[in-house]
Write a protein that binds this ligand. Structure first.
Ligand SMILES: [Zn+2]
Length: 265
């Protein structure tokens, strides 16, 4: 049986990864809804309890209401009980997560490497959505991401060696600390939250200190563009989504000449 799995065509594993990604994306919907509430409100809520229910009518969902992507299509984007529209963010996260995992397995094969990078980008996706919606980057996500970067570097499972991961984490934190301090001196307001510092430290741990210059340059440009496009937004545009987008771009383009030039390589 094991031998049979070993000779399965690559497309099979990409399909399995997409399915797993969609299911994980469905769980991400729970995390982005509940984690900020667990942090900000005095609530009994946790990630496992209570079971999924409609936020409008509180009806407990049946399993067939909970199938990633499929349920959304079958229910035409509405609650099966009260017809209240279901937020599209969950659907988008299911699709994005399916793409992340299918992409990781298509690019790296059904390997531990695919698991490592699939997990990395899944965590970034959750952070992106939470920061966009609530201006928070929870420690419960940024700190494990930082530790995972250091630990995985120690066994050679990321792109950088352990010493570079340590320097990346420290430099990332310090760089953002100085930027935040300078920003406050110039503008008199807090432009960044502590979460931005920890997320940048985590990215430094995963990519090493030389990645920080391109990451920070790209995320600054993206942040300014986002703020221009989103001028109508009631709250300020957070930095987290721009950092995440910069990380994706860096990962995808780290072999390109312009990116190597920016990294000083
Ligand atoms: Zn409902």
């Amino acid at each position: 049986m094991i031998a049979d799995f070993a000779v399965m065509p690559a497309a099979f594993w990409v399909a399995v990864a997409a399915l797993w990604g969609a299911m994980l994306g469905s769980f991400m919907g729970v995390v982005v809804y509940r984690l900020p509430r667990m942090m900000l409100e005095d609530t009994e809520l946790n990630l496992a309890w209570p079971g999924s229910h409609c936020p409008s009518c509180s009806s407990a969902l049946h399993w067939w209401h909970n199938l990633p992507v499929i349920s959304y299509v079958l229910l035409r984007g509405r609650c099966g009980f009260c017809q209240a529209p279901i937020g599209r963010v969950n659907l988008l996260m299911e699709i994005a997560s399916a793409l992340i995992w299918a992409g990781a397995v298509a690019g790296l094969g059904a390997t531990p490497q695919a698991l490592v990078w699939g997990g990395f980008f899944s965590a970034l996706l959750v952070l992106l959505v939470i920061d966009w919606q609530t201006m928070l980057l929870p420690d419960a996500l940024t700190l494990p991401l930082l530790w995972a970067g250091l630990l995985l570097a120690s066994v050679g499972a990321t792109a950088v060696k352990l010493n570079m991961a340590v320097w990346g984490a420290a430099t990332g934190y310090l760089a953002l600390y100085l930027l935040a301090w300078g920003f406050k001196r110039l503008r008199g307001i807090d432009g960044m939250g502590g979460g931005d510092l920890k997320l940048t430290a985590a990215l430094g741990a995963w990519f090493g200190p030389w990645a920080l210059l391109p990451l920070l340059l790209i995320s600054s440009v993206l942040h300014i563009l986002l703020a221009l496009v989103q001028r109508q937004r009631s709250q300020p545009v957070p930095l987290g989504p721009a950092l995440v987008a910069a990380a994706v771009l860096y990962w995808a383009c780290s072999d390109q000449a312009w990116m190597r030039w920016l990294s000083g390589a």
